[in-house]
Design a protein around this ligand. Sequence first.
Ligand code: PLP
Length: 391
Amino acid sequence: MSGMSDYLERYPGALMNTFGPPKLVLTRGAGAHVWDADGTEYVDFLGGIAVNALGHAHPALVDAVTTQLSTLGHVSNFFATVPQVELAERLLALADAPAGSKVFFTNSGTEANEAAFKLTRRTGRTHIVAAEGGFHGRTMGALALTSKEAYRAPFEPLPGEVTFVPYGDAEALAAAVTDRTAAILLEPMQGEAGVVVPPEGYLAAARAIADDHGSLLWIDEVQTGLGRVGRWFASEGVRADVLTVAKGLGGGFPIGACLGLGAAGDLLQPGNHGTTFGGNPVACAAALAVIATIEEEGLLEHVTVLGQKLRDGLAADPRVAEVRGEGLLIGLDLVSESSAQVVAAAQERGFILNAPTPSRIRLAPPLVLTTDDAEALLAAWPGILDAAGVQ
Ligand code: PLP
């Protein structure tokens, strides 16, 4: 096989320049470790951006996908499959869904949100209130719900009408929602913004505001759901009308889902929405394996304990101004705008980290990250900050 530099040179000649230059060419993975095309090993603290819940090449996931693909790989949505029905029931049970709740499967988080956006239109209302700093995806619909100007501006006009309010400010939310509001859309923690955590009670306040106006409460758990924060859903305890999930659900196999909870489960009717691949039996088998393995390996508890250890250890360095998050979704602010340098210095030392903003670092490693791997990063952390010149 050619070395890494060969593929890095060929990449821009063959792939659209939407992501900028890739940092590495990765060729294989095992657990929370990956190897590049030159054979260098890294501990993966990004996990495909909160996706590889079971790490890389977990036998349970490999077996589920292989078995399903060698049995029945794809049918159209003119037919049902066993994994599809079982996964829908499993997700509704995990969400403690009331009677009447239903699932629509997609291939990504963006598509889960696109389905949910259409679902909200079936209320007969069109106004959505979403949060500044929120991220919901890149299709025209999901982008319309995402506030970041740099993402939106090249593609306007986007579907309306969307009001953005400061995240975490319940008063601002109450002032923006009216009897014309179809839905309030919020993440339980804003992942792409660098793991921003709202004040205690914010989601419950959003629930009450939605109830006051007959609006839906739509919670985007694409990044936070399925064990990432040490429980199945970060919003547990607050009743949503719509929940969207993806990322960790398939553990790396593409799948997303839009859950319509209670009466919202019946808003989309025949002909209102569709997909060729969504609910594919292989993807559903992968997701069932992810959920079963999280349970069998006690990963929710593991994630809670290990996340705390990582947050405490990272915060111990005075060059870290703040550490946020829960479980293995961790965001930290550096005292200076040097997150790109920190990511580069970490990579030099065999750790993959992520810089969602110039001063923020995000960690979203596989839920199967070992204590040894976490300790290795903590031991290297002061040296990484030194090398990056953080001060
Ligand atoms: N919603 C949230 C909260 C996300 O974090 C993301 C991706 O980062 C998305 C939606 C879009 O998901 P996808 O990239 O799978 O389309």
